[in-house]
Design a protein around this ligand. Structure first.
Ligand SMILES: Cc1cc2nc3c(=O)[nH]c(=O)nc-3n(C[C@H](O)[C@H](O)[C@H](O)COP(=O)(O)OP(=O)(O)OC[C@H]3O[C@@H](n4cnc5c(N)ncnc54)[C@H](O)[C@@H]3O)c2cc1C
Length: 457
């Protein structure tokens, strides 16, 4: 995650007023003292068409947050401090909080205990917030309302959507989620329990070696580096067990790359090509079906041709989709994600709605690192709207991915919407593995993540 950089206000030149490009001292001073998040840049004039009329309750705005993952929590904690007079409500039926970045460490045998990634939302929510332990079912943005899965109708003045995304294991023919973590099938994505079982499968596989198939989703993904981390760590675990020479690792990508940032893609591919034996890479191959009984995975290429691949171990990365309540709502873009402006993170048609986290239909940034920098910006822009202004800050798409290369070595890759590398630790080369980057991932990321959830960084 990007390090916090405390700067005097006069140096915060990247938070600018959106009308004349001058620094908006009033907003910066009020909202950003102590946050040290410098991510916005000058913003051109924005106008919305077809949005609902803005509510008039500016003194005590009624703000509803949907989803209490790291994104929803960060918004709730910040709003409770920055708008003490607001009426805050959060919806989420889930009481457990999961530190998902830790799943990679569980699934690769670094962490042995699932407790390290489990927490409670009750501990992380601000006092005074109204927590409705139900999920949003239907969004009715034309009437500033939503319904819950228990049939309640809830009205709001302003809405922040932070529902995360849905893992689409059900779209892979022949695969049942109950299969994950057994019979040589693993996935780092769904839960701490399955991450631990994935490690059990990998551990069994490395005793003898064999043929491993590693996959990637064809959709937008959260932490697109996680499938690469699993591939690097599988290679390393086989080397450690002395069975790498008896093993064939094949990576299947539905694209013609394994990572969207070209310079990182090339770096990863050259690592894999340098191994003995190399990790094989198969492009434009999408996992569409699996036959567990014969241990066969079926891939489909761009022309619709299917091919069968035997495996002893397979790591499955499911396609990922917007949650149904957003996907089936007037708030969705053509792909089903929340249709926000990628700079202001305000909804493109409903100016009293903002999005944060994995649900956003932005070109990049389904990571907790993105939440770290975008949550304070969303709070700032929401307050602008509540106070009758246009959103004044603009997000640059910052995201980050500590790529585990082998036990004790990682690369800290950080980049923005334009694929620019944006390293935040001056002495770390983002394309060079180091123990320091590993240390950040293993020891520093969780405290940083918790500080984000509490709205403290
Ligand atoms: C294996 C793995 C490794 C990762 N590694 C990293 C990493 O190294 N670095 C990094 O920065 N990020 C990483 N991430 C990504 C990071 O965890 C996510 O980007 C982050 O958790 C997104 O936060 P969120 O709040 O948007 O979604 P979530 O944390 O998924 O939370 C969404 C919340 O919304 C709730 N919800 C869903 N639907 C509804 C509804 N209809 N109504 C009400 N509530 C609803 C859910 O119950 C949930 O509590 C990783 C993720 C995974 C899975």
């Amino acid at each position: 995650m990007k390090q916090a950089i405390s700067r005097p206000l006069s140096n915060q030149s990247n938070f600018r007023d959106n009308k004349n490009g001058s620094v908006n001292h009033q907003v910066s001073r009020r909202q950003f003292i102590g946050t040290s998040m410098a991510t916005g840049v000058a913003m051109g004039g924005m106008s919305l068409t077809g949005c609902t009329s803005l509510p008039t309750h500016q003194e005590n705005p009624n703000i509803v947050i949907v989803g209490a993952g790291v994104a929803g929590l960060a918004i709730a904690n910040r709003l409770s401090r920055q708008l003490p007079n607001a009426k805050l409500t959060i919806l989420d039926s889930r009481e457990t909080h999961y530190y998902q970045p830790g799943y990679t460490l569980l699934a690769s045998g670094v962490w042995k205990n699932a407790d390290k990634v489990i927490d409670s939302n009750a501990k992380l929510l601000p006092t005074g917030i109204n927590w409705i332990k139900e999920n949003a079912q239907e969004f009715l943005p034309d009437s500033n309302q939503l319904t819950t899965d228990n049939g309640k109708t809830i009205g709001y003045d302003y809405l922040v959507i932070a529902t995360g995304l849905r893992l689409g294991f059900d779209t892979i023919e022949g695969l049942d989620i109950a299969d994950l973590g057994s019979e040589g099938i693993g996935s780092v994505y769904p839960s701490p329990e399955i991450a631990l079982k994935t490690w059990q499968q990998m551990d069994m596989f490395r005793q003898t070696g064999g043929r491993a198939i590693m996959t990637l989703a064809h959709t937008d993904m959260k932490c697109a580096g996680a499938p690469l981390k699993m591939t690097f760590m599988l290679h390393d675990r086989l080397v450690q067990a002395g069975t790498r020479q008896d093993s064939d690792i094949q990576f299947f990508s539905p694209h013609n790359t394994v990572f969207s940032v070209p310079v990182v893609n090339e770096n990863v591919l050259s690592h894999w090509a340098s191994y003995n034996p190399p990790i094989g890479v198969n492009f434009e191959q999408r996992l569409t079906a699996i036959d567990k009984s014969s241990k066969t995975a079926y891939f489909t290429d761009g022309a619709g041709n299917q091919n069968a691949q035997d495996y002893d171990f397979i790591h499955i990365v499911p396609p990922m989709f917007a949650v149904d309540s957003v996907l089936n709502s007037p708030l969705a873009n053509a792909q089903g994600w929340l249709d926000v402006d990628k700079y202001s993170l305000q909804h493109k048609r409903y100016s009293n709605i903002f999005g944060v986290g994995d649900i956003n239909g932005t070109p990049k940034g389904k990571t907790a690192a993105t939440v770290k920098l975008s949550a304070p910006l969303v709070v700032n822009n929401l307050i602008d709207v509540i106070q009758g202004r246009s959103p004044s800050l603009q997000f640059d798409g910052y995201t980050s991915c500590p790529l585990l290369i082998k036990e004790g070595q990682a690369m800290l890759v950080e980049f923005d919407y334009e694929d620019n590398l944006t390293p935040s630790v001056p002495f770390i080369d983002p394309l060079q593995e180091s123990y320091f980057a590993w240390f950040l991932e293993e020891m520093m990321l969780k405290p940083a993540y918790m500080a984000v959830a509490k709205g403290r960084v």
